[in-house]
Ligand binder design. Structure first.
Ligand code: ATP
Ligand code: MN
Length: 531
């Protein structure tokens, strides 16, 4: 077995566990008391203080490479090279002398884009997460492996904000010159995968003319690719995991100029809140030995209560993609035929399915709308609109217009259809109505993919008076009343009042992009606003 040294990283006298199998990492995690085995055979861990990403603590080193290219602001927060070097030295000194876990893996399933990564973890389960989520090199590839990017992940290290130039004790910092993602003070595993995602979101468009996308993707028997954009919780993982279509990936993809779509990752990271075998059998069955459950509550027999959100609403499971039966190998498909924009509209006013014109598609891509629900917060009754450009602003280092322009060009070239799907509320806003039934959302998506919605004409579609989008009049497997949000409300005035509230929020949000957008794109917005 190959051995490696870490002195060149500044990590000295560490006990290095290199490239351990997931079985070993599972066992070691339990031996160290850092996890337990669930009745399904999966490993269950708690990620600690952080059970989600911390966008306010995500920095990018501002230097010659990034200075003129990054869209700096409160999403891409600058960090000085000097502070980075100091903090890096502190972290590697912290890891020195410790038992650590190292894994060589890669991102990008298309061989032309393969990006080798070395992940250095303080904890065994974080290293097992890297095994699950990144692509796994063959024994032969490993022999000559040279890492391009390095992830240094020290959840137990706490920064001193004042001395180190961070906001607080946790941080995730990207350094494009040194090709390092430095993560400390947080054990949330999602930081590892989204760190590399953010790096690729800069590298691929700038260096390789490839569009990186926060989307899931699958492919039908005829080779027709579908992609699903959407913010967290809108259904990318749920809806791309479809027994009748081969999964390409559930979160991060690139669209190349060679007319292909490829997965960056080698695994999935599914939300498990209220997961049921009945509703999502493929994901449920993926939770077996090799999978890692995060922040779930188990009983004394190791049975998970998926309804228990006492640690967090963001309970998760990671698993290698081959835990899903129907997958595309390798994780590469052709140009998409259909693009779905998923939104969980808690105002309950966006139609459950509608077709977008090219300008509407560009407008909605730049807006990136979904809603945040009050959840467990007492006293908050109103849903909050949440806009995140490109359906993934926290991971997009460049100006959103850059990605939007690339997407627009590709969509026109490929002649794709774009659909807006509301997986959120129906029959009223959050608190009054209810979440759209998964079986209906699936039926709508299947209807699109099977070509069952009929011609794009007046007989089959009508234009929504507020949003301007084209709604199908009927859809197999979906009660017609469900297709019209206004009808599900049973109160036209309340419906329109709420719809205008949302369109005003759209208008307000779009102001900062107006200067960068053509009249054509501006016309893609809602048609009516409140005064
Ligand atoms: P992330 O970017 O954080 O991974 P995601 O877009 O992949 O988020 P999912 O993991 O698919 O989001 O989460 C969607 C959640 O919403 C799941 O828990 C799913 O069961 C639930 N859900 C309820 N109704 C629907 C619906 N109609 N369509 C899609 N998902 C639904
Ligand atoms: Mn997902």
């Amino acid at each position: 077995m190959k051995t490696i040294a870490l002195e060149s990283y500044g990590i000295k006298n560490a006990k290095i566990n290199y490239q351990l199998s997931p079985e070993d990492l599972h066992r070691i995690t339990i031996e160290k008391g850092q996890g337990v085995q669930a009745s399904s055979g999966a490993l269950a861990v708690n990620t600690g203080e952080f059970t989600g990403r911390s966008p306010k603590d995500r920095f990018i080193v501002k230097d010659a490479i990034t200075e003129d290219k990054i869209w700096w602001g409160n999403i891409n927060i600058p960090f000085s090279p000097e502070n980075f070097d100091k903090l890096y030295n502190k972290v590697t000194a912290y890891l020195s002398g410790k038992e650590i876990f190292v894994r060589d893996c890669y991102a990008c399933a298309d061989q032309n884009y393969k990006t080798n990564i070395r992940v250095i973890n303080e904890y065994p389960w974080s290293n097992m997460f890297a095994y699950n989520m990144f692509l796994r090199p063959t024994a032969e590839e490993l022999e000559s492996f040279e890492a391009e990017w390095t992830v240094v992940n020290a959840p137990g290290f706490k920064a001193n904000a004042e001395a180190d130039g961070t906001r607080q004790h946790n941080f995730a910092i990207l350094n494009f010159s040194k090709k390092i993602a430095l993560i400390g003070g947080t054990g949330y595993t999602g930081e590892i995968k989204k760190g590399i995602f953010s790096a690729l979101n800069f590298i691929l468009p700038v260096e390789k003319n490839t569009l990186p996308m926060h989307c899931s993707a699958n492919v039908g028997a005829a080779g027709d690719t579908a992609i699903f954009f959407g913010l967290s919780g809108t259904g990318k993982t749920t809806l791309s995991t479809d027994p009748n279509r081969s999964l390409i990936g559930d979160d991060e993809h690139g669209w190349t100029n060679e007319n292909t779509v490829f997965n960056f990752e080698g695994g999935c990271y599914a939300k498990v809140i209220n997961l049921s075998k009945d509703q999502e059998p493929e994901i449920y069955d993926a939770i077996k030995p090799g999978a890692i459950l995060e922040n779930v509550i188990l009983d004394d027999k190791g049975v998970v209560d998926f309804a228990d959100t006492s640690i967090t609403q963001n309970t998760r499971v990671s698993y290698p993609i081959h835990h899903i039966e129907n997958i595309k190998v390798p994780s590469v498909g052709k140009n998409p035929k259909n693009i779905f924009f998923l939104t969980a509209d808690a105002f309950g006013v966006i139609p459950p399915i509608s077709k977008l014109t090219p300008s509407q598609a560009a407008y909605h891509f730049i807006s990136g709308y979904t809603a945040k629900v009050a959840g467990t917060e007492a006293g908050v009754k109103e849903p909050q609109p949440s806009f995140s450009a490109c359906f993934g602003a926290p991971f997009m280092p460049l100006h959103p217009a850059k990605y939007a322009e690339m997407l627009s060009n590709k969509m026109i070239e490929a002649g794709v259809n774009v659909w807006l799907i509301n997986t959120g509320w129906t029959g009223g806003p959050y608190g009054v109505g209810k979440r759209m039934e998964l079986k209906y959302t699936r039926a709508m998506i299947n209807a699109v993919l099977n070509g069952d919605l009929g011609l794009y004409d007046y007989d089959h579609y009508h234009i929504h008076s507020v949003f301007g989008v084209a709604q199908p009049r009927t859809c197999p497997g979906v009660p017609t009343s469900v297709l019209s949000p206004r009808q599900t409300w049973n109160d036209d005035e309340a419906y329109y009042t709420m719809a205008f509230k949302l369109t005003n929020a759209f208008r307000e949000n779009f102001k900062k992009f107006e200067a960068h957008c053509t009249e054509e794109i501006r016309r893609g917005g809602p048609q009516r606003y409140a005064f």
